[in-house]
Write a protein that binds this ligand. Structure first.
Ligand code: GAR
Length: 210
């Protein structure tokens, strides 16, 4: 199985979805390490309950981003990680770290990229009156919230939605999309080639979530 390291900063509901997916041998992946930059991240408890090693690497303890990223790199390598999953990890990573993990690091973002990169995606989508929202799992490139797209899931925007109600609907889609992306990679059915991902075989119905 593919050895996975998950980076979190908070609640860890996407981490939980990945933990549950890895219980299925068909996923062909095992989470070997969870790293958080915050000691009070709820996801640390979820990992511990699942018997997964955790560590806190507090960004405030490092003089610069490069020092923080070097420690993340050291821990991930020490655990033999082959794929890094960013799951609500709210730190900007250096170009050097991203280059070192190129095509071996993926992220989940709460919008249908390339729309709504950055923060406050749901409030901005509602202000624009869009009728579909969603999430994207993508390989990480140096420019924030860009990179080859592996899986997207779309959900409808409802009349009367608030940023919170829309976020909850998108989050449910995230919990399906992230495990799917992991499974596609870990079973060799998604391959990144340059700036796009090729999905092998038939179109998977799970990639269209409505
Ligand atoms: C998720 O909605 C994720 O897409 C988002 O943070 C949330 C984390 O929730 N990520 C970003 O905004 C990255 N810039 P979780 O901790 O429950 O998985």
């Amino acid at each position: 199985p593919l050895k996975v390291g998950v980076l979190i900063s908070g609640r860890g509901s996407n981490l939980q979805a990945l933990i549950e997916a890895c219980r299925d041998p068909a996923t062909n992946a095992r989470i070997v390490l969870v790293l958080s930059n915050k000691a009070d991240a709820g996801g640390l408890k979820r990992a511990a309950e699942a018997g997964i090693p955790t560590a806190v690497v507090d960004h405030k303890a490092y003089g610069d981003r490069a020092g923080f990223d070097a420690e993340l790199d050291r821990r991930l390598k020490g655990a033999g990680v082959g794929l890094v999953c960013l799951a609500g990890f709210m730190r900007i990573l250096t170009d050097g770290f991203i280059a070192a993990w190129r095509d071996r690091m993926i992220n989940i973002h709460p919008s249908l990229l390339p729309a709504y990169r950055g923060l406050d995606t749901h409030a901005r989508a509602l202000a624009d009156g869009v009728k579909l929202a969603g999430c994207t799992v993508h390989y990480v490139r140096p420019e924030l919230d860009t990179g080859p797209i592996i899986v997207q899931a779309a959900v409808p925007v409802a009349a009367g939605d608030t940023p919170d109600s829309l976020a909850a609907r998108v989050l449910a889609a995230e919990h399906r999309a992230y495990p799917l992306a992991l499974r596609l990679i870990a079973t060799g059915r998604a391959r990144v080639k340059g700036e796009t991902v090729r999905l092998q075989g038939e179109i998977l119905p799970e990639t269209f979530i409505m």
